[in-house]
Ligand binder design. Structure first.
Ligand SMILES: [Zn+2]
Length: 498
């Protein structure tokens, strides 16, 4: 639905009238949720307030769950991993759920035992349902994905998102301070943002195409729309920000950086973003959005992927820094593994991080052989020395909560999975691996994929069961070591160029 309706009352009427037509089409893609938000952002007071209307087709007729991630940052958390995520002296935010309506009727939401998950009761009616939520929040100050500094305010995982219900039932995982503790499905977004005139904005939507209207004195309202995305992030920036743009095919790649940043470093980052987007578009299948924003934020998140937009923290933009190149290429690759092809990042983080890191290695090896070789050597080193992890019973294929620290997460999820794919490339050749990945992305585009489905897909492409190979690498099952090596050798012989 393309029509823009900003008043909640009107949009409900409009939806009631429109939706039965869509409901009859009934496939997963036509039944994606629609999030319509109308928010006001105050960059001085660090406040965000507004209303979100979610229209969706429930798979469980009795209830829905919403992830309200900002609520996690209204309470203190202890421990090394939280300290690494939040940085020094974080301050708490506030989050108030002011009103909740289901199909126009007020209901009470229930916070579950986890801060980020709210239960919304649905009475057993079939067909599309509408949840309207009015919220108000003050941003926490920390090094994470949703915070602010003197020049910007970055909002990652800030809007309510429907929890996923699938064959396994509800996925209601607590927020973890390691990895990216998210799992969401493809949706459409229409987001109205009101903010002071002098501020700039970059979001998941095509921002330059967005309609802007003047509202109250000194304010503007920007009407943003994004289709087929699994989240909606945005960054509000003051006048200290500038942008560099390059057209890649049908997409404008735009890097937002500050006038106090090092121009050469910003240029390098921008160039790597544009070139790697072109490379992945060619290798992995079409990038479907008309904009791709790389935004310099504060905090210390390093890089964080969102659909059509990534955050890079400010340290990458200092003079002489080369870290930004590797990070921006990695975040760009996430546009495929996380963005187009979703997965449960809580239970199977290797599916997005490992594949992302593998294609990052491929890009770097081609574009900057020295840097690439160094990175491959490091990943293979970490990914293949696993005695310690065998003893600790740690593996890539486990939930975030099982990783005791960021080192084990990095060694196993990033390094071991990318090493596995790198060795497969050694056997199959790059062309074949990338062709297989392209088919894989195409098959699951805009959907979510499971590790099991990847296993079945790989077995099909290999022409024989890949179970031993995957168990050795992803479950660190040492009893499969020889079988895994033998499998790889057979694959080498089978696909050797004659
Ligand atoms: Zn990543």
């Amino acid at each position: 639905m393309k029509k823009w309706v900003s008043l909640v009352g009107c949009s409900l009427l409009f939806l009631t009238w429109m939706l039965p037509v869509n409901a009859e089409e009934g496939t997963a893609l036509t039944r994606k949720p629609l999030y319509q938000a109308d928010v006001r952002i105050d960059p001085i007071k660090k406040e965000v307030a507004g209303t979100v209307t979610i229209t969706f087709w429930p798979k469980d007729p009795t209830r829905a769950y919403l992830h309200l991630y900002p609520n996690v940052f209204t309470e203190e958390h202890q421990g090394m991993l939280w300290e690494e995520l939040l940085g020094n002296g974080p301050t708490l935010g506030t989050y108030t759920n002011k009103k909740l309506l289901v199909d126009g009727i007020a209901v009470a939401s229930k916070q579950t035992k986890d801060l980020n998950i709210f239960e919304v009761p649905l009475e057993g009616q079939t067909g599309p349902r509408t949840i309207v939520m009015e919220f108000e929040m003050t941003l926490p100050r920390n090094d994470g994905r949703m915070s602010y500094d003197d020049h910007s305010l970055w909002l990652g995982n800030w809007l309510p998102v429907l929890a996923v219900y699938d064959k396994e039932g509800w996925h209601l995982d607590p927020y973890e301070p390691v990895g990216d503790p998210f799992y969401s499905e493809n949706a459409d977004y229409e987001v109205n943002v009101t903010l002071p005139k002098e501020y700039q904005l970059a979001s998941t939507a095509p921002d330059m195409a967005a309609k802007q209207v003047s509202t109250r004195e000194g304010e503007k309202r920007i009407q943003l729309g994004a289709e087929n995305v699994r989240d909606f992030a945005l960054v509000v920036m003051d006048a200290s920000y500038q942008r560099t743009e390059t057209k890649v095919g049908e997409t404008v790649v735009r890097t937002w950086w500050r006038k106090t940043d090092d121009p050469e470093t910003a240029e390098q980052i921008h160039e790597a973003a544009a070139k790697s987007l072109a490379y992945f578009h060619h290798q992995l299948g079409a990038y479907p959005y008309t904009e791709y924003d790389v935004v310099r934020t504060g905090g210390a998140i390093n890089g964080m992927e969102y659909p059509a937009l990534v955050f890079l923290d400010g340290r990458h933009f200092f003079s002489g820094e080369e870290t930004g190149i590797v990070t921006v290429v990695h975040e760009t690759a996430h546009q495929w593994f996380y963005g187009l092809l979703g997965n449960n990042q809580v239970k199977e983080a290797w599916l997005d991080e490992g594949f992302t890191e593998y294609v990052t290695l491929s890009y770097l090896s081609q574009q900057d052989p020295l840097l690439g070789a160094e990175r491959v050597r490091r990943r293979l080193g970490q990914g293949t020395s696993v005695q310690y992890y065998v003893a600790e019973e740690q593996r890539p294929w486990q939930a975030l909560s099982a990783f005791p620290n960021n080192q084990s997460y990095s060694d196993l999820v990033y390094s071991r999975t990318s090493s596995m794919l790198w060795l497969l490339q050694g056997a199959w050749g790059e062309e074949r691996v990338h062709d297989v990945l392209k088919q894989y992305v195409e098959k699951y585009r805009y959907q979510v994929v499971t590790g099991k489905e990847w296993g079945a897909f790989l077995s099909e492409m290999a022409g024989e069961d890949a179970g031993a190979f995957l168990d050795y690498w992803l479950k660190v099952d040492m009893s499969q070591q020889e079988q895994a090596a033998a499998w790889l050798e057979r694959q080498r012989l089978k696909h050797q160029k004659k």
